[in-house]
Write a protein that binds this ligand. Structure first.
Ligand code: ADP
Length: 505
């Protein structure tokens, strides 16, 4: 049984902090790594030790396998947690960690490799009896093959990168005339993003939901499914809002999807936490999409409805201990929603925004969880993703959770950088979302009514107040200018509001 006392957290931001917290609760010490841009990040201070790993560009720091393995060795770590993104799904990283005599907190390199290749993953799933989206069984070599495949499947089709991830190298083709240019675009993008340009075709399903099943597997051969997450609110194939459970999943469907997910994990000898993504068609049929062989961004919604700490379970599995959860006893309790609060401007096509977070008021109160990795004074740069924090709420019912999210979003204040906060509030207010009437095209269809309009006065008031406070502080630290003679200056209404806001909330 591997002894783990110290864990290197090979990541940054909110997920590094999340893993460090789990290590501490599990009685382990945690070592952070940081690039020059992250010197002042909260995850660096939260860890017991922190190792600088180079300049800001990820290729020279968080993606540098040799530096991370050296950092783990130099600090006498026993294990490495990869978080999500960066090296978490790179088989060579898992191999390098194991070769250095350390435990990789995740599945085997072989499982990562099998699931990282979309065609290989589809083949394995079919063998295991898991339904897959109709599509090609191998990469298409050129336009001619692509046309033949598309004709066989019937339009619309989706071109996808074999090595795909993050929606890159994906193109929707509605008719033959669009195929050649889409093939060029998908191949070029895949080559740039993954260093491999192979693409294949899938039948494009109309208006499905994205539903995924969380699984946990231990070294005693137990695979447990922790229900579904509804992740249909997406922009450019990237999730923005997730919830658990899904209004579209009945207990019998949950059972069937969970069984498929468990077979999928079993088929690759899976270990640790993983997610099987499915598309759920309006007809009720579901199809395997892909497996993510790591912790998901949206794991907290599952934690809240199942009362399980997924990261601590990952640590236990890595230590060779059995899972603490038992399949037979698992029932979702209540409802959880997560909003990804990003430094992006929804009114400007979600362009990533950069700048310094000057003021941050974090929501609190019953049923509210804030998984953040940024604090006041931190700069959001272009080097990494635009996630500021995940705001997660729990309620006894979906309705209660929705109300709670609205309340929490109104409490949140972020000054210094545009964020998706107001956009999330509009989604919570949208009747279609409230009815749970959503699918992966929801944002495309609802976009216009969600993006227009004035920012809510409820959000503007505290922001204006804080801006006034900051101005007052700046003025107080500046040399006193000569006072003009004349009538007494009346106190500013803004300042009075600012003081009330600062005290009252
Ligand atoms: P990636 O690995 O790049 O994230 P996925 O295969 O997980 O790509 O798909 C990402 C998203 O693209 C899905 O959540 C879904 O919204 C959409 N999508 C993928 N495949 C299909 C399909 N065959 N039909 C319709 N939509 C799809």
């Amino acid at each position: 049984m591997p002894t783990i006392k110290r864990v290197l957290v090979a990541n940054r931001g909110e997920i590094a902090l999340r893993v460090i917290r789990a290590c501490h609760e599990e009685g382990l010490t945690a070592v952070a790594v940081y690039s020059e841009a992250d010197r002042l990040s909260p995850h660096v201070r939260a860890a017991d030790m922190a190792v600088p790993i180079g300049p800001a560009p990820a290729a020279e720091s968080y993606l540098d396998i040799a530096k991370l393995v050296a950092a783990a060795r130099d600090t006498q770590c026993d294990a490495v947690h990869p978080g999500y993104g960066f090296l978490s799904e790179r088989a060579p990283f898992a191999e390098a960690v194991v070769e250095a005599g350390l435990v990789f907190i995740g599945p085997s390199a072989a499982a990562i490799r099998a699931m990282g290749d979309k065609i290989e993953a589809r083949r394995r799933m079919q063998q295991a009896g898991v339904p897959v989206v109709p599509g090609s069984t191998r990469a298409v070599a050129d336009h001619v093959q692509a046309r033949a495949e598309a004709a066989r499947l019937g339009y619309p089709v989706l071109l996808k990168a074999v090595a795909g991830g993050g929606g890159k190298g994906m193109r929707l083709v509605r008719e033959e005339a669009e195929l050649d240019s889409a093939f060029e675009a998908a191949t070029g993008e895949a080559l740039k993003a993954f260093g491999a340009g192979e693409v294949y075709l899938e039948k494009y399903l109309e208006r499905p939901r994205h539903i995924e099943i969380q699984i946990l597997a231990d070294s005693f051969g137990r695979v447990v499914a922790l229900g579904e997450r509804e992740c249909s609110i997406q922009r450019r194939h990237q999730k923005l809002i997730e919830e658990a459970p899904s209004v579209a999943v009945t207990p019998p469907l949950r059972r069937r999807m969970s069984e498929s997910a468990a077979s999928a994990a079993g088929a690759v000898g899976y270990l640790g936490a993983g997610t099987i993504e499915f598309l759920l068609a309006p007809s009720g049929e579901f199809y395997f999409l892909e497996m993510n062989t790591r912790l998901q961004v949206e794991h907290p919604v599952t934690e809240l409805v199942y009362g399980v700490d997924i990261v601590r379970e990952q640590l236990r599995v890595a230590m060779g201990q059995p899972l603490r959860v038992h399949a037979g006893t698992l029932q979702p309790r209540g409802h959880a929603i997560e909003c990804r609060i990003t430094a992006e401007d929804p009114a400007n096509d979600f362009m990533p925004a950069t700048g310094v977070v000057q003021y941050l008021r974090i929501p609190g109160g019953p049923g509210v969880r804030w998984d953040g990795g940024v604090e006041e004074g931190n700069e959001i740069t272009t080097y990494y993703d635009s996630l500021i924090a995940k705001l997660i709420v729990w309620g006894e019912t979906r309705g209660v959770a929705l109300e709670r999210m609205r309340r929490a979003l109104r409490e949140l204040a972020i000054v210094g950088i545009p964020s998706s906060q107001a956009f999330h509030l509009r989604v919570m207010d949208d009747p279609e979302f409230q009815r749970g009437d959503i699918d992966i095209t929801y944002l495309e269809r609802a976009g216009a009514r969600l993006l227009v309009g004035e920012p809510s006065p409820e959000l503007l008031r505290p922001l204006a107040a804080v801006a006034a406070l900051l101005a007052e502080q700046a003025a107080a630290s500046a040399p006193t200018p000569p006072q003009p003679a004349g009538p007494t200056v009346r106190p500013s209404v803004w300042l009075a509001t600012a003081r009330r806001e600062a005290i009252g909330q």
